[in-house]
Design a protein around this ligand. Structure first.
Ligand code: GLN
Length: 304
């Protein structure tokens, strides 16, 4: 498969679509990012890497970090994690408060904000220094020691994160947040601020294409069953209430973030990451979504 020619072509074809979206502005630091940026990277289990466009520029991975934190917590808690969060699509926006009242503070799934905040709370109960543990984890998965938090983005979100504070306090009133809201959100805002390139992001998700084993050092990160289930969650909830359309049009388990990144995997084959900041109304990258659709269409490869 000529992946290099394929992603070069897809980047050219889909770049103009970015003008149909809007860069996230509710986190002030994200609003400063150029809407013109666009990168695509593929990392394969055969140790090949293919890159095009702005693949070497760091960007804020935002909600994509929810996969890393969930994976860390899931490996420790196993099925007990389902006492704290559900695993059904929410059908509402990623930052919605509505369901939580009816569902007694148990978020629908770990990939909406409420669910990720509960996962941050779990990490804080397990690890004395969860931010360090998370950073080491992502560096190991990406096989790259230079990865770091972007303190400017974390601070900017903390200063404007009223909805996330509301979600956390609301869940605490139901007993589903055990630590202080300030401490839990400090982890959450930092995980969202993780800055990776598309190349690093594609590398860091390869363990999910490899039955839970990190191909860079052969360490079992998740059991094969846990990796399978995490991918099922990505397929059903990874793009918020556009997950159904992503499964329909793209056909890969994926995860998006409001920084404009999307990453997706094909088991036993590869991981692919796109970054184009302008978002559609659901909070997903317009050009990235289309690029991934074209990738599975042109290559004939998907999970279906
Ligand atoms: N940090 C963002 C928020 O909490 C993450 C949301 C996202 O990427 N969808 O609003």
């Amino acid at each position: 498969m000529e992946y290099q020619r394929l992603i070069d072509r897809i980047l050219l074809e889909t770049k103009p679509l970015a003008k149909n979206g809007k860069v996230a502005s509710y986190i002030p630091a994200l609003a400063e990012v150029s809407p013109e940026k666009y990168g695509i990277s593929i990392s394969t289990l055969e140790r090949q890497r293919y890159n095009t466009g702005d693949h070497d520029v760091l960007f804020s991975i935002q909600s994509i970090s929810k996969v890393f934190t969930f994976s860390l917590a899931y490996a420790r808690l196993g099925h007990k994690i389902w006492e704290r969060t559900g695993r059904e699509p929410s059908g509402t926006a990623f930052n919605s408060l509505i369901q939580l009242e009816h569902e007694h503070g148990i978020p629908r799934n770990p990939f909406i904000n409420a669910g990720a905040i509960v996962v941050a709370d779990i990490l804080l109960s397990i690890f004395p220094d969860p931010k360090k543990v998370l950073l080491d984890y992502v560096r190991e998965l990406a096989n790259n020691e230079s990865i770091n938090y972007d303190e400017n983005v974390a601070f900017s979100e903390k200063a404007s994160g009223h909805r996330n504070f509301a979600l956390a306090h609301f869940m605490k009133s139901f007993g589903n947040i055990q630590n202080s809201v300030e401490d839990v959100l400090d982890i959450y805002f930092h995980q969202c601020s993780l800055a990776l390139t598309t190349d690093q992001l594609a590398c860091s998700f390869l363990f999910l294409a490899n039955d839970g084993v990190n191909p860079h050092n052969n360490r079992q990160i998740l059991t094969a069953s846990q990796a399978k289930r995490l991918k099922a969650l990505m397929l059903t909830t990874g793009l918020y209430n556009e997950s159904g359309d992503f499964a329909f049009r793209v056909g890969m388990p994926g995860k998006s973030g409001v920084g404009g990144g999307i990453v997706a995997v094909i088991p036993n084959l590869l991981s692919i990451a796109t970054w184009s900041p302008p978002l559609n109304e659901m909070g997903n990258s317009v050009a990235g979504f289309e690029a991934l659709e074209r990738f599975t269409t042109y290559s004939g490869k998907s999970v279906f």
